[in-house]
Ligand binder design. Structure first.
Ligand code: ADE
Length: 229
């Protein structure tokens, strides 16, 4: 059978979906707790993945081990594309690890030996996400590259670097790790990010201020996707 996995970045957001999970069963594994149940009639595995690429990879591996056949990651990001404002939504086309640097050995910036330069999100999940995001009123929806790294980007130089080096639409800290693990297993995935800040000098303040709003947007997109499955 098919089993959809949903990874949320934040406790607040997972709590909203967890409250509506029918027949909830908790499964505690090394370094992650997964919640199994039915959401809007769809069997799902739901979890809070924790922060950073390692936590995201660990959690994703557990989800795949428990039978996930597709993976949605939802959370917040710093906007990098100049058109993005707080509240807007990015649906991943592909993902890159912007903090990878093996250029001394002749590899392109962002590319690990033996790995592709980017990981491509699933076309069907992308289309579902774009359709669902379209129902969130008053926000721009952009399809673009998601840049992941174990760094909170909070400077004009930082944003400029991600835009120039990678053509990134947004910056976050997990998506490409989820993508790398899913790609190895041949499991389709998509990353959906609501913009909480524009990754500049105001990023810390904006991030905290707008988190509740963007978490609601993210949740709305997930439920919109489930309705359309
Ligand atoms: N998540 C939300 N805002 C972010 C930023 N500015 N950098 C990295 N991850 C983020």
């Amino acid at each position: 059978g098919s089993m959809l996995a949903i990874i949320g970045a934040m406790d607040e957001e997972i709590e909203l979906l967890l409250g509506e999970l029918q027949g909830r069963e908790d499964l505690t594994l090394p370094g992650a707790t997964l919640h199994r149940g039915v959401l809007d009639g769809v069997p799902v595995l739901l979890t809070r993945g924790g922060i950073g690429k390692v936590n995201a990879a660990l959690t994703t591996a557990h989800l795949l081990g428990q039978g996930a056949t597709s993976v949605i990651f939802t959370g917040v990001a710093g906007g990098v594309h100049p058109d993005l404002r707080v509240g807007d939504i990015v649906v991943s086309t592909d993902l890159v690890q912007h903090d990878v640097d093996v250029t001394a050995l002749g590899y392109d910036l962002g590319t690990l030996p033996g790995e592709p330069a980017t990981w491509t999100a699933d076309a069907r999940l992308r289309a579902l996400a774009v359709a669902a995001a379209g129902d969130v009123g008053g926000v721009r929806v952009i399809e673009g590259r998601v840049a992941s790294g174990d760094q909170f980007i909070a400077s004009r130089e930082g944003v400029g670097r991600l835009w120039k080096n990678f053509g990134a639409a947004c910056a976050e800290m997990e998506g490409a790790a989820v993508a790398q693990v899913c790609a190895k297993a041949g499991v389709p995935f998509v990353v959906i990010r609501s913009v909480s800040d524009t990754a500049d000098h105001d990023a810390q303040v904006d991030y905290r201020t707008f988190m509740p709003l963007v978490a609601r947007h993210a949740k709305q997109v997930v439920r919109g996707m489930l309705e359309r499955l």
